[in-house]
Design a protein around this ligand. Sequence first.
Ligand code: ATP
Ligand code: MG
Length: 552
Amino acid sequence: MDNTPASNFLQNIIAEDFDAGRVTEVVTRFPPEPNGYLHIGHAKSISVNFGLAEANGGRCNLRFDDTNPEKESQEFIESIQSDVEWLGYRWDGDVRFASSYFQQLYDWAVHLVEQGKAYVCDLNAEQAREYRGTLTEPGKNSPYRDRTVEENLDLLARMKAGEFDEGAKVLRAKIDMASPNMNMRDPIMYRIRKVAHHQTGTDWVIYPTYDFAHGQEDAIEGVTHSVCTLEFEDHRPLYEWFIDNLPVASHPRQFEFGRLNPSYTVTSKRKLKQLVDEGVVAGWDDPRMPTISGMRRRGYSPAALRKFCEMIGTTRKDGVVDVAMLEFAVREDLNENAPRAMAVLNPLKVVLTDYPEDKVEELTAPNHPSREDLGERVVPFTREVYIDADDFREEANKKYKRLVLGKRVRLRNAYVIEADEVVKDDAGNIVEVHAHTIPNTIGENPEDGVKPKGVIQWVSAAHGVPAEVRVYDRLFNHEAPDKGDSNYMDHINPESLSVTTHAVLEPSLAKAEAEQGFQFEREGYFVADRFDHSSDKPVFNKTIGLRDTWNG
Ligand code: ATP
Ligand code: MG
């Protein structure tokens, strides 16, 4: 995989670790909590973790950080695995679960109690907050801090046995209530939660916190470089404290990089869940969602997402990345790889009055202007064709390079035609254009020297395939929908979806497979929808326009 070491400070750290003999193999992990679908930020984390392993001949684990059973589910576990695979990465061995280490973690908790380094505390949440102090004031020791080892062992065993109510007791590490780092002020290691767990059922009524679990999980798996985002920087001393104070088999180290925050986007599973739960979007995989499954359904390819993650680099700064960079990567990829096809989104019938009624010419059209390997296809030409209503005017100035009454235009891959008259309904709307073909103009200019103004797409009326086309725009109309005082729910773009049910596609598109992407000439990039079977017509989703129309 293409991972440019020079641009990546993590790769530099790894190179130094190899040089200094600190590691002989690189082991990383991607540790999602299965409480939602993965989003673009996770794609970045996946590309960093799997990318570092790949670039160094190492391994990367997929580990579900499943320590909060209430919010987690099997559905999320499955979607996460399929998203990682779709991005093109393969984890080492089986999928791993934090929950499969619960017994080991508990044994280590007992070990800390035995060493006098952990205690059971009865302060309720409100009291605990008071004792904790603030950023400017030290905390106070809990009155339960000096319980004996015996008493703590007994209470911890009874917590595990389910004798106490939720919130009645917690297990805390005994570190330093005056530490300037709030995370070191006797952090919680275990809470009582009387809920079933999707993996361990009702085996446990106490669950470890992220802080007590994560580093030890890394140590169990022999992770060498535990890469996470910057918000965990202040947790690193605690990560190290547990590793240093437990008889773990290996000493992983934590490194942080800046979160990816694309503009016009929210990247928080909680917020994305709200969009789903409140019906703002049709589901986690709605093509407007910044989820991996949404982007997949929108027609973004794994290669484009990987390219984007590489383009933006990996640094120790949190910052906003212009979403246009993502769109650029998507457009570049499609421009290079998407076969061309013709589709008319807003059909207007053109009758070629000189062309015989029952004649069908099977014209061929290249699938790509520069890639012969993508082959060509047959496009039937007939007396009646559809063009886009926007591509015709009764009168227009010279700047309008499409069909005008009395003027010529080329039908893409076919004849030059000249418009003769319009047919209108009682209300004065144009319902049909009558035109004629200019002979011998397939691949040639007209013999009389009167060149066409431009080239437009068309579809045979007799052979065209009716289709539904969903045109998507950005979900948020605010650059930073969830920053500062902004409430992202107030910045939903009301025009993020428009549906055209009367589009007509060239016949070759009827065979398109789900997820196959195309450039509809002059319209943009579109993808055959992956899931929708509600319509009796084929459904295509607009991936992106041909040009960046947001930045002019
Ligand atoms: P969310 O806020 O969406 O719930 P999270 O950080 O809680 O995200 P996890 O499932 O815990 O989600 O994340 C798994 C990994 O993905 C973590 O290592 C996390 O740091 C990383 N990650 C999450 N969001 C981003 C992001 N925006 N940019 C880069 N990495 C991210
Ligand atoms: Mg998290």
